[in-house]
Write a protein that binds this ligand. Structure first.
Ligand code: FNR
Length: 383
């Protein structure tokens, strides 16, 4: 078993163990990947202020996110096709998150269904919704999430049309993979992954297949999905979904001050400053760069969360110090999932918490809730 000391170690192992088309699916951004790259490189521009001779004993990373107690303010972001990174991937990630004490968010585009995940976990998880044109489908999936006792609905607004990722087209991404010669040659070296998949009992895309009109198998799902993202999504439809849900409501994919103000007035419990991990609008600024102005724009009206580009506890600390009340990791846990299943997700969370805790101490802080701009050295022109 290799020694894992950082998220990059998990990424290397993920690449070695998971079929190329699914590694590339996770690792790519849209078009030129400028936004994808800057999500991480902009974090590196923010520097930390070292403090010495301060009491650093009794530290705590605990906090709350949208009214939920969390062991650290880091949730698992919704990620489609988790179950192709590792057999039963959504169940594995949800179990790791619940044992660790952080929220897991199940994607609409997951392999395991809401019911699969609920049956294999003991605590409520969060559910992420993409708004589809088929209103019956939307109504039904909201009711399913309620029945499964999901404790928050995360509504994603930045994917009503798909940002193109070149690698997915070139690899012929599909789930399950089509067995072309290059795919079979690749699979020959990824036997561990293949064995796991042979053992799974799940119906692929269990949130949709068998639940949406005319979607009886994964082949029909592909064409249904590309036509179904609702291009007419507006705040009126969002209000209808908010009212139908009636519980904790989080709006994901905000990257603009004006949109943030609207979302805040809208009564959301939290907004997530995010550019979908650089997978949608290529050329948008990084989420960490947009965070400060959005925090200023909404003030105390709504809790601000952020994701896109977090690869370490240091990154989490920077986001919190810039005013985020919570953060999400996407790829950082996907690397762990692909590398080692549930143990890999746990390892990713452990790595990040240790880094966050140590960095807090070296910044002279004992409580994650006390972090602020005083901990940072921000380069001129960053905001
Ligand atoms: C995503 N993301 C995403 N978001 C969402 O709301 N629903 C989804 O189904 C998906 N699917 C998805 C797949 C993959 C492979 C990735 C990498 C991302 C976006 C995700 O929730 C989150 O915003 C980003 O992953 C954050 O960026 P980092 O942490 O991956 O840099």
């Amino acid at each position: 078993m290799p020694v894992i000391t950082c998220i990059d170690d998990l990424k290397r192992l993920h690449k070695r163990r998971v079929p190329k088309m699914f590694y590339d699916y996770a690792e790519s951004g849209s078009y030129t990947e400028q936004t994808f790259r800057e999500n991480t490189s902009d974090f590196a521009q923010i520097r930390l202020r070292q403090k010495v001779a301060v009491d650093m004993s009794g530290r705590s990373t605990a906090g709350t996110m949208a009214g939920h107690d969390v062991a650290m303010p880091v949730a698992l972001a919704p990620v489609g096709l988790c179950g192709m990174q590792h057999a039963d991937g959504e169940i594995k990630a949800a179990r790791a998150a619940e044992k660790f004490g952080v929220p897991f968010t199940l994607s609409t585009m997951s392999i395991c269904s809401i019911e699969d995940v609920a049956a294999h976990t003991t605590k409520p998880f969060w559910f992420q919704l993409y708004v589809m044109q088929d209103e019956d489908f939307v109504d039904a999936i909201i009711e399913r999430a309620k029945r499964a006792k999901c404790s928050a609905l995360v509504l994603t607004l930045d994917l009503q049309i798909l940002g193109q990722r070149h690698k997915d087209l070139k690899n012929g991404l599909s789930a399950p993979p089509k067995l072309t010669l290059p795919v079979m040659l690749d699979l020959a070296t990824k036997w561990r992954w293949g064995l796991g998949m042979l053992g799974t009992k799940r119906r692929f895309f269990g949130n949709i297949v068998g639940h949406a009109k005319g979607v009886g198998d994964t082949a029909s799902l592909m064409s249904w999905t590309s036509e179904q993202f609702d291009p007419k999504l507006d705040w009126g439809k969002i209000a209808r979904i908010r009212d139908q849900w009636g519980g904790k409501f989080i709006i994901k994919g905000i990257l603009d001050e004006e949109d943030a103000r609207i979302a805040a007035d809208f009564g959301a419990d939290a907004i997530i400053v995010s550019n979908h991990g650089g997978r949608q609008l290529d050329g948008a600024l990084s989420a960490i760069r947009m965070l400060p102005s959005i925090v200023r724009a909404v003030g105390d009206k709504v809790e601000v969360h952020m994701d896109s580009g977090i690869r370490s506890g240091q990154d989490v600390l920077k986001a919190l110090a810039l005013g985020a009340k919570g953060t999400y990791i996407g790829r950082s846990y996907i690397y762990g999932l692909g590398a080692m299943g549930e143990a890999g997700v746990t390892r990713a969370l452990e790595v990040i918490r240790k880094e966050l805790d140590t960095t807090m101490a070296l910044c002279g802080e004992r409580d994650v809730k006390a972090l602020g701009r005083h901990n940072l050295l921000i380069p001129e022109g960053f905001e």
